[in-house]
Design a protein around this ligand. Sequence first.
Ligand SMILES: Nc1nc2c(ncn2[C@@H]2O[C@H](COP(=O)(O)OP(=O)(O)OP(=O)(O)O)[C@@H](O)[C@H]2O)c(=O)[nH]1
Ligand SMILES: [Mg+2]
Length: 192
Amino acid sequence: MAEHVILFAGPMGAGKTTAIRSLSEIDVVSTEAANTDRAQADKDTTTVALDYGELTLGPDEKVRLYGAPGQKRFDFMWTVLAERAKGLLLLVNNDLPDPIAKVIEYLGEFEALVAGGAVVIGVTRSDVAPTPDLGAYADALAQWHPDRTIPVFTADPRSTDHMRTLLLTLVASVEAAEIIASATSDASETAA
Ligand SMILES: Nc1nc2c(ncn2[C@@H]2O[C@H](COP(=O)(O)OP(=O)(O)OP(=O)(O)O)[C@@H](O)[C@H]2O)c(=O)[nH]1
Ligand SMILES: [Mg+2]
C-alpha cells in the first residue's frame, strides 16, 4: 500500500484540527488544551502537540494526516513533524491583519519541506473576511518565488468536500515531485 504523509500547518485558529477531523476516517488523535491566547484566536482550545488522522484514497493508497500546533511556542513540534512529511497543507485564516505576510512567513518556517516536497495553500474564514482575494495571494506568491506555482484555494475546514479537493491536489503534487526526483536521480546515476 502506498502511503503519503501530509502536514497541516498555519497560524492559530486557521482550522488545522477542524480540517483533519473533517477528513479522517479514524478517530482523530488530538492534543487540545485550554486556549489562554484569546487575542490570537477566540476559541476554547488549542493544539499543544499534534493531531493525527488517516484516510484511504482508492484501494491501495493511505494518507497520514498530521496537524501542527499554531502557537509559535510549540515550534519544536513543527520540526519533528516537517521531517516526516512529504506534503504541506498550509492553512491561513483570512481574517488575520495580514494573512498574505503570514503565508510567506510560514513558507519560510517550513523551508526544507517546501523545497523538497509539495505545497498547497488553503485560505480559510473567507466567509468572515472576503479580502484579500485569491488574486492577491497569487501575486504575492509569484513575487516570492517567480519560478514556482503554488496552488491557492479558498476552503472551509468544516467541509469534507473542500478539504478533499485540497488534499487530492496536494497528493497529486507529492506524487509528481516523487516521479521527478526519481527521474533526476536515475539520470544522474546514468551520467556518473
Ligand atoms: N466561519 C468559519 N469558521 C471557521 C472556518 N474555518 C475554521 N473555522 C472555525 O475556526 C476554528 C478553528 O479552530 P481549530 O481547528 O482548532 O484551528 P487550529 O488551526 O487547529 O488552531 P490551533 O491548534 O490553535 O493552532 C473552529 O472553531 C472552526 O469551526 C471558516 O472557513 N469559516
Ligand atoms: Mg489545532
